[in-house]
Write a new protein. Sequence first.
Length: 151
Amino acid sequence: MKEKLGFAGKIAHAFINSKLTPLIIAASILLGVGSVLMLPREEEPQIIVPMIDIFVQMPGASAKEVEERVARPMEQLLWEIPGVEYIYSTSSPGFAMAIVRFKVGEDEEKSIVRLNQKMFANFDLIPPGASQPLIKPAPLMMSHPGAHALE
């Protein structure tokens, strides 16, 4: 008794009975090996991830007050900067810190300039009692693509 074959079954049957199948498999393997061998690569590529630290002091304020009046509004402004990938912030009594991490491949100098422009354009939003932000570039170089920062 012979079963009726569907479309996929007919294709499989054609490949099983064809004398070209081993040739196609060998050609595919050789093409794959050739591609891997010819692909340019570095042993230890240097990946630059622009990172900038921002420090703000607010003497006498509780951690909750610093978070509500300094850290959250500052984060909202920082998210408006093009190329920002992550923002890590922490608030403690009298002090807030934010780390802005840009996307891999973003120009480091342009990232710093954009951040400075955004912060200086919004100095009027600094709450009373808070210091002006101290902005400190901290570029992170990763030696290989598998390395992860701040995880």
